[in-house]
Design a protein around this ligand. Sequence first.
Ligand SMILES: Cc1cc2nc3c(=O)[nH]c(=O)nc-3n(C[C@H](O)[C@H](O)[C@H](O)COP(=O)(O)OP(=O)(O)OC[C@H]3O[C@@H](n4cnc5c(N)ncnc54)[C@H](O)[C@@H]3O)c2cc1C
Length: 469
Amino acid sequence: MADPFDLVVIGSGPGGYVCAIKAAQLGLKVAVVEKRKTYGGTCLNIGCIPSKALLYASERFEEAGHSFAELGIVAEPKLDLAAMMSHKDKTVKSNVDGIAFLFKKNKITGVIGTGRIKSAGEVEVTKDDGSTETLQARNICIATGSDVAGIPGVDVKFDDKTIVSSDHAIALDKVPEAMVVVGGGVIGLELGSVWARLGAKVTVVEYLDKVLGPMDGEVSTAFQKLLVKQGLKFHLGAKVTAVEAKDGGAAVTFEPAKGGEAETLNADVVLVATGRKPYTEGLGLEEAGVSLDNRGRVEIDQHFKTNVDGIYAIGDVVKGAMLAHKAEDEGVALAEILAGQAGHVNYDAIPSVVYTSPEVASVGKTEEELKEAGVEYKVGKFPFMANGRARAMLQTDGFVKFLVDAKTDRVLGCHILGADAGDMIAEAALLMEFGGASEDLARTSHAHPTLSEAMREAAFAAFAKPIHI
Ligand SMILES: Cc1cc2nc3c(=O)[nH]c(=O)nc-3n(C[C@H](O)[C@H](O)[C@H](O)COP(=O)(O)OP(=O)(O)OC[C@H]3O[C@@H](n4cnc5c(N)ncnc54)[C@H](O)[C@@H]3O)c2cc1C
């Protein structure tokens, strides 16, 4: 029998591939099993990366048609959707090829096929041609990610053209005239923004009475107003009861969540973006005795171990935020644990970003969460309108908001609505990782003129007074 692998990872998304690379770097013998033709998981193939390529390109298109004139640039942009899609495809290819290269470089055995756990210590891989191979493993990591969730209680028949999930909303071959997005969360608003910028009339139908459910309420309200200014329409507090193909397009029927009259919207394309569910199909978990929780996620302890010795799980398939960097952090921590080190993830300092224009980014607690927990806090806010660089860039929408402990000044949360928020949030995450206070940030020199000066000013506002307002 061949020498067993120290670790066999099932799934090559940001959780799986990062865990594999880190484990190999730490000297373990590693294999990765992936059922897709390319590595990189949802994130690189059909998620984060392609959506960001389209968000970037469509934002430039929108700018060229609108704000360029104010900057003294006369342009009449013309959309070449096929070329935009080709930019997205090339971006995906270079990223997934990069993972294959990293596997080789780190001497990781990549196996393309569907993995099934036969028992602790054995992963059976079924390949495209039907042949099977069994890998012996001292440890197994389940990193099989997530899949599109439908609408609870509604029979949605995805046809990938008129009724689509995000998997196909990143690959439409023409701009729909009218698009209905079911779900006002991150994915719905990002992809809704892409198609709105390219010319679609986009209407969002959301069950909750706010967009971006768990985000800070003040940020979510201000953000929605900006999206309305950009032409998106919203039906909040609306429960979708049917999504049906109709006259070559599709129809969405909804009623007020609190009860009331139903309404129907017709569209060329309906994007159902109501969230994702953990993916464990065909993995053989029941036979292997691996427990799931009541939401179908693989149950783990604080060291990512399932109830079965030698079987671990990370990423979207376990509890916590469904975010690529959360999966990556868990991948690193698990590899370190398996190599005898002290791997750890600080779940209180994981940022999350919405890559719209402007961006929305947050880390730590929201004001609502602090109120509910009875924590005494102070708020420090600064608007981009008062930031010189933002004015020069015509990016004055939004603000930075710090939430700090009223007694100790320790930063408890940071929320940014504004250009480049997704990059700037890293500063707040680092500060929180070190248990920092708003004064620490306010006393740190920030280059002028930068958008990040708004971070410093908001921090000043939390512990003393901002200068520029
Ligand atoms: C449209 C969209 C945009 C997104 N944008 C962002 C973003 O900007 N930022 C962010 O942080 N997150 C984003 N996400 C979420 C992010 O993609 C996920 O959180 C992340 O991919 C989870 O990583 P993972 O490794 O747990 O699983 P995945 O990336 O889902 O990878 C799991 C892999 O396992 C494979 N697999 C499953 N079962 C088997 C099996 N039995 N055998 C072999 N292989 C198997 C799958 O084929 C898949 O490749 C986005 C998601 C979507 C859909």
